[in-house]
Ligand binder design. Structure first.
Ligand code: SAM
Ligand code: SF4
Length: 372
């Protein structure tokens, strides 16, 4: 596989619109950075702001019967901003809003604007399914949103509906074009590549990068789907396999390794193409050694790993009058406890729950709780 150089500055990017209203990236009152006992520093937070969604992707949610948390169980706007402020003091520079579908939350533009203005925060990003993006795109750009990842798993309407259980391909394609047109500095397309579903579209997705300055990211299917279709083993396509197919298809072009973010472990650019192609080993987890991510769930728990089952109760702490120091202490505790990699996290979760390690993913009903 081709190697690539890590370009962290590019990963975080410069201020969204170059505006002087964007605050300094050095916090005026900093705290020691958030680190773990394995020597990693955590400077990127992913906050799930809502569990609800306007799609029902088969690899993520069941069609019916999802028990979403009541509104009061989900972090309020001021609590989310408090978390961003405290983390920015601890050296967090990148914030991503995810979900559920973040654009279903009606204070989302304000959350973006306030996070952009938080001292220390360098870039605010969002992961969205794109359905509501055309409605909010201009406001989000104005609020200073830097990057937008739009999820799309098929370029045909029939398969799109099969995967998401809703119509909407045109809207998502419109969102991608609009994001580029409005000049969001980072526009990415997230594709969960699954054997027997959409693997035949791998090269069609790569070809999007010919004319569009976007990164198409193929994400390994992870075992967090409500129906456990992952468990059949029939649909998983490994990062190594996807890289092999891409390299083979473009071998005559002199395809290059390019620079990308920490998780864009395998990243390419076809010579002459406007965009990039990335493969994310989300399941095979060859990226754990580089982990820089903090996760906050919609119901206000800190998770120190996507594969962990141990929530640290941040919302309860804040609602019981916890001070900023208490919040800092809870983040430090969560990351002191962090395991070396996702395999160890999963093993620890299985021991704690007294269940077989292969059954541990069943205890989380959907990716919407943790936001991917
Ligand atoms: N609703 C938004 C969206 O779909 O972009 C944000 C939330 S969604 C949970 C975040 C990302 O997780 C999406 O790109 C989605 O494709 C991905 N995802 C969801 N379930 C997954 C799974 N089982 N394996 C791999 N990726 C998954
Ligand atoms: Fe909704 Fe995103 Fe999950 Fe699809 S992947 S059901 S769009 S949260």
């Amino acid at each position: 596989m081709l190697n690539k150089s890590l370009d962290l500055d590019k990963a975080y990017g410069e201020p969204a619109n170059g505006s002087s209203s964007i605050v300094s990236h050095r916090h005026p009152n900093p705290l020691p950075p958030l680190q773990d006992r394995h020597g990693r520093t955590f400077d990127y937070v992913r906050i799930a702001v809502i569990e609800q969604c306007n799609l029902r992707c088969t690899y993520c949610m069941p069609e019916e019967g999802v028990k979403f948390k009541e509104k009061d169980m989900v972090l309020r706007s001021e609590e989310i901003i408090k978390v961003v402020e405290v983390l920015a003091r601890m050296g967090v520079r990148k914030v991503r809003f995810t979900g559920g579908e973040p654009l279903v939350r009606n204070d989302i533009v304000d959350l973006v604007a306030q996070s952009v203005q938080t001292p220390g925060v360098k870039a605010v990003h969002m992961t969205t399914n794109g359905l509501l993006f055309p409605k909010y795109a201009r406001d989000l750009r104005e609020a200073g949103l830097f990057g937008v990842n739009i999820s799309l798993d098929s370029l045909t309407e029939e398969k799109f509906e099969q995967i998401t259980r809703r119509p909407g391909l045109d809207k998502v394609l419109e969102s991608i074009d609009l994001a580029v047109e409005l000049g969001f500095p980072r526009v990415k397309i997230n594709v969960v590549l699954m054997r027997g579903f959409n693997e035949d579209e791998l090269i069609d997705f790569c070809e999007i990068t010919k004319d569009k300055p976007v990164t198409v990211r193929f994400i390994e299917f992870m075992p967090f789907d409500a129906h456990q279709i992952w468990e059949t083993g029939q649909h998983f396509a490994s990062a190594a396999d996807l890289c092999g197919q891409i390299e083979k298809n473009y071998s005559d072009t002199g395809i290059n390794a390019a620079s990308g973010t920490r998780t864009e472990h395998h990243i390419y650019q076809v010579p002459g193409y406007a965009g990039k192609i990335a493969v994310i080993p989300a399941f095979t987890r060859s990226l754990c050694g580089n982990c820089s991510r903090i996760r906050v769930t919609a119901d206000g728990s800190i998770m120190n790993c996507l594969y962990s089952e141990v929530p640290y109760q941040l919302k309860d702490l804040m609602r019981n009058g916890g001070s900023d120091d208490d919040i800092v202490g809870l983040f430090r505790k969560a990351f002191d406890d962090k395991h070396k990699d996702g395999f160890e996290s999963k093993k620890a979760a299985s021991v704690a729950a007294k269940i077989n390690v292969s059954d541990i993913s069943r205890s989380r009903s959907s990716m919407t709780q943790i936001g991917g």
